[in-house]
Design a protein around this ligand. Sequence first.
Ligand SMILES: Nc1ncnc2c1ncn2[C@@H]1O[C@H](COP(=O)(O)OP(=O)(O)OP(=O)(O)O)[C@@H](O)[C@H]1O
Ligand SMILES: [Mg+2]
Length: 254
Amino acid sequence: MTRFIGVISGKGGVGKTTTSINLGTALTYFGKDTIVIDANLTTPNIGVHLGVPVLPININHVLQGKNTITEAIYEHPTGTKIIPASISLYDLKKTNPDSLKKHIRSLRTDIVLVDCAAGLGREALLAVDAVDEILIVTNPELPAITDALKTIRLAEEMGKNVLGVILTRTKENNLDVSINNVQSILEKPVLGVIPESKSIREALTLRDSVVFTHPNSTPAINYKKLASGLIGREYTEETNSGFFKGFLSYLGFK
Ligand SMILES: Nc1ncnc2c1ncn2[C@@H]1O[C@H](COP(=O)(O)OP(=O)(O)OP(=O)(O)O)[C@@H](O)[C@H]1O
Ligand SMILES: [Mg+2]
């Protein structure tokens, strides 16, 4: 059965797209057929993060009724499957997101990860409505955590299963809210902690996921641990070496 998981946040710019891409890549290399969808229609980023060329078919065409959602799947050279959104304002104006759920739910695969718009607006809520499970992304700062709390409450009111929190861009400056405090404020487990790291910025420059470009960096390892946890698998050295095999084949060393 397909799992539909939304990656959401209260505050914008906290790391949802980075998380969706890296989780998607890690899950793919752990053998789960995964599709990452850009449901952030007004400010789509997945294509930009992964250096995807302008494609003839994207989620906007699907929502406009011109194509089926399977026709909009693009396979990144790393093997990660994505469904990008159009960056054109013209396409956006012609797109009505009301049928998003119907199209997303027609996908048949192991895992569908939905990269949502920030906040509690209509666009974000339509994406939340399309999934069953939720991952909340927040930075360890009080305003972001307060917004995350509202988002969790709303998602639960909509009957969604909030799996837990991913704390991103953590710093070693003692100004962050501690993991324990985040858990007690949000009443959800912290499933992953991704430190602020220049490896993420470098991966963005390379238009790739950090799990590929910097496989031994802390963000990469923590994203892989998070992916293993999501599929109920223990993260071991063996899991990681399987991952390296995938990486070598990506580089052309079979
Ligand atoms: N752990 C990290 N270390 C350093 N930079 C990071 C980290 N995580 C994310 N970033 C950077 O922060 C910026 C915002 O990240 P991202 O686009 O993933 O956030 P978002 O929540 O999807 O934003 P939006 O709400 O606009 O969709 C990007 O430039 C990204 O490279
Ligand atoms: Mg984003």
